[in-house]
Design a protein around this ligand. Structure first.
Ligand code: ZN
Length: 137
């Protein structure tokens, strides 16, 4: 269900920005989704399109453009940073499957690929962000 809540906040933010810019129609809404964000993209897109229907200013059909934001992780021990997609190659198939569905599991299995430390943080790649809107004045 959280896809609907996320979609609602994206649509509301887009509508608010469009009103500020005095747009008559919103033609494109670009949304960045972190690759570690746990989300069903089909449900999310469906929710966006449903919520877009009765807005002011109106949102054009198929206005939504979903982009994946690459992750970035950094080690607190050695200070190096890397991408989740680099790290994924080190896991066996079962682990990478479970990580695909539950990104939090990344903390259980993951180690810094440089020094082996389990103490690292995610700098990028989580969350859903409204990155831009386009429209007609
Ligand atoms: Zn390290």
């Amino acid at each position: 269900m959280h896809e609907w809540a996320l979609a609602e906040s994206v649509v509301l933010a887009a509508v608010e920005a469009a009103q500020k810019e005095k747009l008559k129609t919103i033609t494109q809404i670009t949304v960045q989704i972190g690759e570690l964000q746990q989300i069903e993209k089909e449900i999310f897109l469906f929710a966006l399109q449903e919520l877009a229907k009765f807005q002011k200013p109106p949102i054009k059909n198929n206005a939504f453009l979903l982009k994946t934001e690459k992750s970035s992780l950094s080690c607190k021990t050695c200070g190096k940073s890397w991408k989740y997609s680099d790290m994924k190659k080190k896991f066996n198939e079962t682990e990478s499957e479970s990580i695909h569905f539950i990104p939090e599991v990344v903390f259980v299995h993951a180690r810094c690929p440089y020094c082996g430390s389990p103490d690292f943080e995610i700098n990028k790649g989580r969350g859903v962000v409204l990155s831009s809107i386009k429209g007609v004045r």
